[in-house]
Design a protein. Structure first.
Length: 284
């Protein structure tokens, strides 16, 4: 039985984790669990272990339908994606749900497993390309990323880097919430809703030939709206092509990777994935 599929990353462990988070969100999953094997499990035993992170990916609608058909399906959920270091390599492994769930011999479960399996397979197949640093040709704009962010965003990163206290960092984020270019609540609807966000959050995107890309947003939580405001400062005014390839790793450089709850972090990623998806649609 083929219980897992895997691919080698062309980036380091930390960057691979961020890229896989993005890819999981883009594929329509939410990350509902995280297990830091090295930092939690092995550390509790007093052992030093290589970097190993397990992300639990789940599609709520599929999970609900599957559990209705087979209540015992829960022992095989969620669909785990593991990022781990093997020697000099970073490997991404994922459960093969079509093989694993075939043993249940249930038509509904098999249908769901086929959809989930095809999405997981696409993630694994794209890892070598997505984790390879883009080569910038002569005349092309530089690729945004660590050490090369838009100046407006770099100023914010520098500001947050001087804050050691997590609570003070949150207070500054609350202040940023007042800077958000707001999407009025009366314009919130199902089409512009950010699904998978713990709070009520909405974004719209547009493109102007003179002023460039523009994102509007609004949320009922200051943390989320503050992140929206910083995202706007990062991408508004860029081209659609630049936004489509803009890495979500800037949130890590703001220092929120360790302080945001998994639900908040997942919500931010879903929001940014939605924005980049709209930018890609503009290009087409």
């Amino acid at each position: 039985m083929l219980f897992e599929i895997h691919a080698k990353s062309n980036s380091n462990f930390e960057d691979t984790v961020e890229i896989i988070r993005e890819m999981i969100s883009e594929a329509g999953f939410g990350i509902i669990s995280e297990i830091d094997v090295a930092g939690n499990v092995m550390k509790s035993l007093g052992e030093v272990y290589r970097p190993y992170l397990i992300l639990g990916a789940c599609m709520p609608e599929h999970a609900a339908r599957g559990l209705e058909a087979r209540p015992d399906l829960g022992v095989l959920l969620p669909c785990n994606v593991a990022i781990h270091v093997e020697g000099d390599d970073v490997i991404v492994s994922a459960m093969e749900p079509r093989e694993m769930l075939a043993m249940l011999d249930d038509p509904i479960v098999n249908e769901l497993a086929e959809d989930v399996g095809s999405r997981i397979e696409k993630i694994i197949d794209e890892i070598p390309t997505r984790t390879t640093q883009k080569v910038v040709e002569a005349g092309e704009a530089a690729v945004f990323g660590a050490g090369n962010w838009p100046s407006s965003l770099q100023e914010i990163i520098d500001e947050f880097s001087e804050i050691d206290d997590p609570m003070e960092r949150y207070e500054v984020l609350y202040d940023w919430a007042t800077e958000c270019e707001l999407l009025p609540p009366e314009e919130w609807n199902e089409d512009n809703k950010v699904h998978g966000c713990q709070s009520e959050a909405h974004v719209t995107c547009s493109m102007d030939d003179e002023t460039g890309f523009r994102m509007l947003g609004g949320a009922d939580a200051q943390i989320v709206q503050g992140l929206m405001a910083i995202t706007q400062r990062a991408i508004n005014g860029l081209t659609a092509e630049e936004v489509a390839d803009f890495p979500a790793t800037f949130a890590r450089e703001l220092g929120f990777s360790e302080t945001l709850t998994p639900n908040r972090a997942n919500g931010f990623l879903n929001m940014f994935t939605k924005v980049r998806k709209e930018a890609r649609e503009m290009i087409r």
